[in-house]
Design a protein around this ligand. Structure first.
Ligand code: SF4
Length: 360
């Protein structure tokens, strides 16, 4: 029953298998196809960790499946909570001994109190080497399996005791460099047979892999897209995003608008990390607004969070406000994202190799 294991680690989880194949993988006779739905309910609604928890299924089946198909493949290795804002870094360990993090972002006071978010990782390490990012300094070890992506949510909801309403593929790794696993994870997140998240509650973030954005626009269920733009011209982008900038900004924007069209007008957000003296001039803000004007685009201005060993600095609050004002005066929706979790190095761009933190 188990899928053929090749010369590499394979968690062999049921969550890595598309729903259309569950009946075959579970070796159910045709007349018992309804049991797939029962298993889905146990996994996604009742959050069973093993088949033996599934009390309305025959004991013999549960025993057999438990031996062959793990439902949980990650271990929660630790967690650390910001004393400042409650942001929590969860450290997971894979079955082959790698560690990576996800970040739980609690609802902010004054906003919707039930709107908790989770920043998901999609790879262990990252090969895209963006100059301002701690993850880019961690050598790529491997892609995460879909099960390892989805399980981050199951564990986080259990440990934090909260329902997570918003999922952001903004943790460690470039999601679109792990295309197939991320695509299946997105289908499972959006499907009513799976997690059942609404389109507005799932955001895929990318440093701008143009061919994969086009592909995603044809193959993925409706989700939001966030593009890490971080520059208004190719020269600056080349300096701070040396690998992603192989695709010129012009091409990148074409793929963004194609995604927006084919997803029926979903929101495309452009992430823009402000680095003092690098990409924060008012002239740059004007250029950026010229690139994005008239498209209903959003810009998230991210205040740079310091990473030890990197040469960048955060601009002053006044410079940040001036930059944002140029954009909003020119009709761009702009939001300055306040730093969260920086005291535990879980802020945007700070997620490096997880250090050992208090075990659960
Ligand atoms: S910003 Fe994203 S793509 Fe770039 S190095 Fe960091 S994790 Fe990788």
């Amino acid at each position: 029953m188990k899928r053929k294991q090749e010369n590499r680690y394979d968690p062999g989880s049921l969550l890595d298998i598309p729903f259309g194949e569950w009946s075959r993988v579970l070796e159910l006779p045709e007349a018992e196809g309804y049991r797939v739905r029962q298993v889905q309910e146990w996994v996604f609604q009742k959050r069973a960790k093993t088949f033996s928890d599934m009390s309305n299924l025959p004991a013999a089946l549960r025993e057999k499946w438990d031996k062959e198909l793990p439902l949980r493949v990650l271990k929660l290795a630790g967690r650390e909570t910001s004393a400042r804002d409650g942001t929590t870094r969860l450290v997971y360990q894979t079955g082959d001994g790698h560690s990576f993090s996800a970040v739980f972002l609690p609802a902010r006071s004054g906003e919707d109190e039930e709107r908790h978010s989770l920043c998901l990782s999609s790879q262990v390490g990252c090969a895209w080497a963006c100059a301002f990012c701690a993850s880019g300094k961690v050598k790529l070890k491997r892609n995460l399996f879909a099960s390892e992506i989805l399980e981050q949510i199951l564990w986080a909801e259990e440990v934090m005791g909260k329902k997570i309403n918003s999922l952001l593929f903004m943790g460690m790794g470039e999601p679109l460099a792990n295309y197939n696993n991320v695509l299946w994870a997105l289908r499972c997140l959006r499907s009513p047979l799976g997690f059942g998240y609404g389109a507005r509650h799932v955001t895929v973030s990318t440093s701008g892999l143009v061919p994969q954005i086009f592909k995603l626009s044809e193959e993925a269920p409706k989700v939001n897209l966030a593009i890490s733009l971080h520059a208004a011209d190719d020269e600056v982008r080349q300096k701070i995003m040396p690998k992603a900038s192989v695709w010129p900004i012009k091409e990148l924007l074409k793929s963004a608008w194609a995604f927006q069209r084919s997803m029926g007008g979903v929101r495309v957000t452009f992430e823009y990390i402000l680095l003092k003296g690098v990409n924060d001039s008012l002239r740059t803000a004007q250029r950026l607004s010229n690139l994005l004007r008239g498209r209903g685009a959003w810009v998230n201005v991210i205040v740079y969070n310091p990473v030890p060993g990197l040469p960048y600095e955060r601009p002053s609050d006044e410079a940040i406000d001036r930059f944002a004002k140029v954009l909003s005066d020119r009709g761009i929706f702009v939001r300055v994202r306040k730093p969260q979790g920086t005291d535990i190095t879980a802020g945007c761009g700070q997620l490096g190799e997880p250090k050992a933190v208090g075990a659960r």
